[in-house]
Write a protein that binds this ligand. Structure first.
Ligand code: ACO
Length: 315
C-alpha cells in the first residue's frame, strides 16, 4: 500500500466579520436562535476578496509551513463550487500565482462540502503516478455569493474561506483509506448552475440534511477505521465537516468520541463548505495541536448528496 501524509496547512478568510447580531438587524432571526440551533456565532464574508485570492493565500501559507518549494509540487487540486471563473480553473490561477511548474496537474473539482476529502483521495492516486512527491490540496468557497439571503433558515449557516494542505506521498506509507460515496437521487440540497438559466441559490431541506449528516458521519468514521485497520483509541483527532455543532456532537456521541478528540471552530466561521476541514487543520497546526505521527480521521458530507472519510497522519 502507498499513500500520503500531511506536511503543512494554511488558511485565509475574508477580513469582514458578520455576527449573528448583524444578521438579526437584516432579517427576522436572533443570536439566540442561530447559536442554540447551530453553534455558529459569526462568519467571514467576502468584500473585495475573491475565492481565488483566498485559495492562493491559504496555499502560500501551507507551502511555507510544510517547507516545500512550489517547484516540488506535482499535483494542485482545488475543491470548490464557487469559483469566480469556470475557466481557467482556480487551480490554474494557483499555478500562476505560486509559480508551480508547468507540468503540474492542476484542476478544480466539485463535491460540495465533501470536496476536500474527495480531493485528498484524488491527490493520493495522482501522486502515485507523478515524478514529484508533493501535492497541494485546497478547499475554498465563497458561499455568500450563492446563498439565498432571503431564506433565513439557510443563509445564517454559511461563511467564506479557504484552507490548504501540502501532502507528501511515499510508496512505503499507508493509504488514507478513503471511503467516498454519492447519492445523486437526493434533492435535499440544491444550487442551480450557469446552464440552468436560474440564479445560483442554495436551497436545502435542513431537518432532513441534519439526519443524513449525523448518520453519514457516524457511518464514515466506522468505515474508515475498518478499512485502515485502525483502533478508534489510536486516533488523536476527529476533524468533521463544520456544518453544525449539534451534528458533530450527536455523531461523536454515537461513536463514543470525547470532546477532547474533536476540533470545532464553526462558531467563528460557520459552514465554509470545501474549506471547512483544511481550515480546521490549519488552525490546529497554528495552535501547536498537530504532532508528527498524530492520526486524524476526516469526514465530509454535503450536496450531491456526497460523503467521504479518510485517515490522515501527520508526517
Ligand atoms: N431564525 C429564527 N427562526 C428560524 C430561522 C432563523 N434563522 N430559521 C428557521 N427558523 C424557524 C422556522 O421557521 C421554524 O419555525 P416554525 O416552527 O414556526 O415553523 C423553526 O425555526 C424551526 O425550524 P427548523 O427548520 O425545524 O429548525 P431546525 O431545528 O431543523 O434547524 C437548521 C434548522 C439549523 C438548518 C438544521 O436543520 C440544520 O443544521 N440542518 C443541517 C444543515 C447542514 O448542516 N447542511 C450541511 C450541508 S450544506 C452543504 O453541503 C452545501
Amino acid at each position: 500500500m502507498s499513500g500520503v501524509k500531511l506536511r503543512g496547512c494554511g488558511h485565509c478568510v475574508p477580513a469582514r466579520v458578520v455576527t449573528n447580531d448583524d444578521l438579526a438587524r437584516r432579517m427576522d432571526t436572533s443570536d439566540a436562535w442561530i447559536s442554540s440551533r447551530t453553534g455558529i456565532r459569526s462568519r467571514h464574508i467576502c468584500g473585495e476578496e475573491t475565492q481565488a485570492q483566498l485559495c492562493t493565500e491559504a496555499a502560500r501559507m501551507a507551502l511555507e509551513r510544510a517547507g516545500v518549494r512550489p517547484e516540488e509540487i506535482g499535483v494542485c487540486l482545488v475543491a470548490t463550487m464557487t469559483p469566480e471563473s469556470l475557466m481557467p480553473s482556480t487551480a490554474c490561477a494557483l499555478q500562476k500565482a505560486l509559480g508551480l511548474a508547468q507540468d503540474t496537474v492542476c484542476f478544480d473539482m466539485n463535491a460540495a462540502c465533501t470536496g476536500f476529502v474527495y480531493a485528498l483521495h484524488t491527490a493520493e492516486c495522482l501522486l502515485a503516478a507523478s515524478p514529484r512527491r508533493f501535492a497541494l490540496v485546497v478547499g475554498g468557497d465563497a458561499m455568500s455569493r450563492i446563498v439565498d439571503w432571503s431564506d433565513r433558515s439557510t443563509c445564517i449557516l454559511f461563511g467564506d474561506g479557504a484552507g490548504a494542505a501540502v501532502v507528501e506521498y511515499r510508496p512505503e506509507w499507508p493509504s488514507v483509506g478513503a471511503v467516498l460515496g454519492c447519492d445523486g437521487d437526493s434533492e435535499l440540497l440544491y444550487a442551480a448552475g450557469p446552464g440552468s438559466g436560474k440564479t445560483p441559490r442554495i436551497a436545502m431541506e435542513g431537518t432532513r440534511v441534519f439526519k443524513f449528516a449525523v448518520e453519514t458521519v457516524s457511518r464514515c468514521i466506522a468505515q474508515v477505521l475498518a478499512r485502515t485497520g485502525t483502533a478508534q483509541e489510536d486516533v488523536r483527532w476527529f476533524v468533521l465537516h463544520q456544518a453544525n455543532a449539534r451534528i458533530i456532537d450527536l455523531a461523536a456521541r454515537r461513536c463514543g468520541i470525547g470532546a477532547d478528540r474533536l476540533y470545532v471552530n464553526l462558531s467563528q466561521y460557520g459552514n465554509t463548505s470545501a474549506a471547512s476541514i483544511p481550515l480546521a487543520l490549519s488552525e490546529m497546526q497554528e495552535k501547536g495541536l498537530l504532532h508528527s505521527g498524530d492520526r486524524m480521521v476526516l469526514v465530509g458530507f454535503g450536496g450531491g448528496l456526497t460523503w467521504g472519510g479518510a485517515l490522515l497522519d501527520m508526517a
